[in-house]
Design a protein around this ligand. Sequence first.
Ligand SMILES: [Cu+2]
Length: 127
Amino acid sequence: MKYVIGIVVGITTLFVALMVLIPNQKGSAADGSNVTVENGVQIIDLTAKGGYSPNKTVAKAGMPTKLEVATDGTFDCSSTILIPSLSVTKQLPSSGTTEVDLGTPQVGSLNGTCGMGMYRFEIDFQG
Ligand SMILES: [Cu+2]
């Protein structure tokens, strides 16, 4: 019994350590390269898989904005998206594209996280 508990504790520790230690190496798109405008709607593209890419986006404030989150074989916790300030909680499919309406953001930064609050992304809306 002790042996089983030891294995469980060991695996749990390893899992947590991996989650924390695997660096989030996704780049930032402070150049707005993941931002497009279609028919007056600003579209921000993000990829969710082991975190969010890009994890920092610069976009325009004051225009209707949608987030398009792509998944492709995403089975980690980044498949749950939380945007607390907008009361948004989205469960993404393991593969596909999910649209999240951000309304018309004001100047400021919008922060989102995975279901555990571990992986993060930020959208900096500028005037
Ligand atoms: Cu997480």
